[in-house]
Design a protein around this ligand. Sequence first.
Ligand SMILES: C[S@@+](CC[C@H](N)C(=O)[O-])C[C@H]1O[C@@H](n2cnc3c(N)ncnc32)[C@H](O)[C@@H]1O
Length: 287
Amino acid sequence: MQHILKKLVPETLKKIVQHYRGKGLQHSDHLLESTIYADIGEAGPLVKDVFSRLKDIPGFFNFDDCGHFFLVLSYQSAMEIKGDLLEIGSYHGRSTALMAKCLKPGERIVVCDAFELDVDDNYDNKPSPENLISNIQRVNREIERDRIVIHKCLSNDLHLDADEKFRFIHIDDGGEHTIRVVHPIFGEWKKTVRIGDGDTINMPVNFNDQVNIRITAFDADGKPIWAEILVDNESTGELTPKEISVRVGQRTIAAKKEGYILVNGERKLMLDKYINEPIKFIFKKAL
Ligand SMILES: C[S@@+](CC[C@H](N)C(=O)[O-])C[C@H]1O[C@@H](n2cnc3c(N)ncnc32)[C@H](O)[C@@H]1O
């Protein structure tokens, strides 16, 4: 019966039904192009007022990225988190323009890009700093020029003022990057990460975090000895063997004992919550 009914349906109508069926959940490729209501719903203000102005800037930042960045940056501002925004890898400024849209009074957008310099992944149609500025300003007509800071250099050569504070950093190029965060009191935190193309990594740095490290000390004959434990040249008041809690970041761990010389030297370690390295100091009797 179903077979007979199918025969009665004109071919053109069948094609139309197949076309719309093809747009079901299992076939989402057409969404890469579609902007019709049936596929993506009604465009909201983010598409109409913001993304519509970014879309003509050459680049890779898509509407999903735009939504996520807008949410995080707006949420930070709602929570009164203040600071400049840094982007490494702006290209023509598609993502930069969106970030600049989320600036609050007194905040700046700081950009580092190779521009016309050679990099491992050479891009076609290299931007100039002037292109970038004009794209940012086209999307953000109200932004003053001195709130856009451009560093034309490779990220390895990027030097920022020690008192520069960022609330959000976007690094948009795959490869290896060393991130260094300097706290005015608690010192330096550094990590080298490899970011794959299209990866997003979240790297919170909390200088209040502590890392536990076990410290031991032995004499030249392998006998355990009590030695005073020092962190960043200050006594902890603890003696080996002991597990101590040390603030994350770049730390110098040492030990000392009267009448003894430290044979294997102090350790400069980058501590974060993923490192838990036992340290063994060796002493010999001073002559
Ligand atoms: C993927 S594109 C950035 C796309 C852009 N964020 C967007 O939303 O369209 C990467 C950019 O980073 C730049 N770049 C690559 N390696 C770099 C490096 N080591 N230092 C600075 N910029 C670099 C490239 O020249 C290019 O402009």
